[in-house]
Design a protein around this ligand. Structure first.
Ligand SMILES: Cc1ncc(COP(=O)(O)O)c(C=O)c1O
Length: 458
């Protein structure tokens, strides 16, 4: 296969970038773009989906990451016989350490991210009759915690450039019933906190950050999750900080911290050792983290900064490479987002730049090349169970008929509908490896683009 660059020239040009290695491994003919990124040459080897050799056969980095320190911490918790947070001090220690890591004044650990949101919303006493602003591009838990409190979810359309809630549209969706703005820092990037906090302050409503995907992400140099009245995190197995299931609420307000703590502990007080039987005067549930999870979080947390830096470097590189590929538009970050956790690497796919190849066929071809991707979320605001819930006896008792009748009319998010048709995600674990991994992702996409017409016709 002849290109305008010899193989030797290519390897020299890409020395130190890992690209030479990647493409040697891939067995593809290659050239280098004007800005120095490796490309697969036109007419290169047949795509794997049509029987060619895949760009990549090795798996991406293993997840979860663990070593003897995790085993030791876990075994110590086991042997202590103190397995719940009332008897041990591992959860307390984790709360202190996570508050320190995030620069937060207070941290309340919870059983999972859903519980963190539930405790925050419960602690802030958002409930029946209140409207809560949320994005339609999020995991269902963001919605469920609103419905669990019998509040009314009000979806505000997405900004397709960033995949985040479109802060410019928030105010138009507010009414005098709005009690809370619940933005999500989707994918580990940040929602536009400047704009959202300004609206929340001016309109005197609460703001809770759903930072379940955004560990160590920053807005203007300060950790997300520490800006609003509360910030909620998930430590579920797929998350950048993981103990199987776990969560936390951060807050800077001692009263909110106490209310969230009581809410997560069946309305009971802290007492000696972080647990007692006296009632605090609020309702609640048992949303407590166990000592095993506290132990695992302590050892896992030792790696989170280094892992984040690796993801950031790889993702930033991949964005530079992918921005050269027509039809691939990586999610943009707002200027205030000074650190992205890259829980997800998100981009929009345009079939027009791939000879009309559908997103599903693109993903199938990508998977055949050894690069797993997914389509991400469906429009949450269109889930049938929401309308069914709003028609339930409880909702009909709480909300006047005209409020419920106008909900469907207000529930229009066309930009998000389009985003859900175009989105492609890679998971955070794909960014824990080397730059070669990034070059292989880009090589696979270019290969598919080169042969898109043939793949589409097959
Ligand atoms: C944006 C968002 N919110 C909330 C949650 C709920 O967290 P958990 O699964 O730990 O309950 C998740 C988890 O995937 C999430 O991604």
């Amino acid at each position: 296969m002849k290109t305008s660059w010899s193989r030797r020239h290519f390897l020299k040009a890409t020395a130190g970038t890992g690209a030479g290695m990647a493409l040697r491994g891939a067995g593809t003919a290659a050239l280098v773009s004007a800005t120095g990124f490796p490309q697969v040459a036109l007419g290169a080897e047949s795509p794997a989906v049509l029987g060619g050799k895949p760009v990549r056969t090795a798996p991406f980095s293993r997840w979860p990451v663990m070593d003897a320190t995790d085993e030791q911490g876990w075994m110590e918790a086991l042997k202590s016989g103190r397995w719940f947070r009332g008897s041990g001090d591992r959860v307390n220690r984790f709360e202190e350490a996570y508050a320190q890591l995030t620069g937060s004044k207070y941290c309340v650990a919870t059983a999972n991210g859903t519980s963190a949101l539930f405790a925050a919303i419960g602690g802030l006493d958002v409930g029946p009759g209140d409207e809560v602003i949320l994005p339609p591009y999020t995991f269902v838990a963001t919605l469920n915690v609103i419905l669990l409190q019998y509040a009314l979810p009000v979806f505000v359309d997405s900004d397709p450039e960033t995949f985040q809630i479109d802060a410019r549209r928030v105010e138009a969706s507010m009414t005098d019933r709005t009690a809370l703005i619940l933005p999500v820092h989707l994918g580990g990037s940040s929602a536009d906190l400047d704009a959202l906090l300004e609206i929340a302050r001016r309109r005197k409503v609460r703001l809770v950050e759903d930072a379940c995907q955004a560990h160590l992400a920053e807005w203007r140099g300060k950790k997300v999750g520490t800006w609003g009245d509360a910030g909620c995190f998930s430590f579920q197995a797929s998350k950048n900080l993981n103990c199987g299931e776990g969560g936390a609420v951060l807050t800077q307000d001692p009263e909110i911290a106490e209310r969230c703590h009581a809410f997560h502990n069946n309305g009971r007080g802290r007492g000696i050792g972080g647990f007692d039987a006296s009632l605090s005067g609020c309702r609640g549930a048992n949303l407590r983290l166990t000592e095993f999870q506290g132990a695992l979080l302590m050892t896992q947390m030792a790696r989170v900064e280094a892992q984040s830096r690796t993801r950031e470097a790889n993702a930033a590189y991949l964005t530079r490479v992918l921005s050269e590929i027509p039809g691939i538009r990586p999610a943009r970050m707002y200027a205030g987002c000074t650190r992205n956790a890259y829980h997800l690497y998100m981009f929009r796919y345009d079939p027009a730049a791939f000879a009309g190849l559908s997103r599903a066929a693109f993903l199938k071809a990508l998977s055949a090349e050894g690069i797993p991707g997914s389509t991400g979320y469906a429009p949450l605001n269109k889930e049938a169970f929401i309308e069914a819930t709003l028609k339930s006896r409880a909702y009909r008792k709480i909300y006047p008929p005209e409020v419920l009748a106008s909900w469907a009319e207000r529930n229009q998010c066309p930009a998000n509908d389009q985003l859900c048709r175009e989105a492609v995600w890679f998971t955070q674990t794909m960014f824990l490896g080397t730059r070669d991994d990034m070059d292989q992702i880009a090589a696979a996409i270019r290969k598919i683009q080169t042969h898109a017409a043939k793949i589409a016709a097959a």
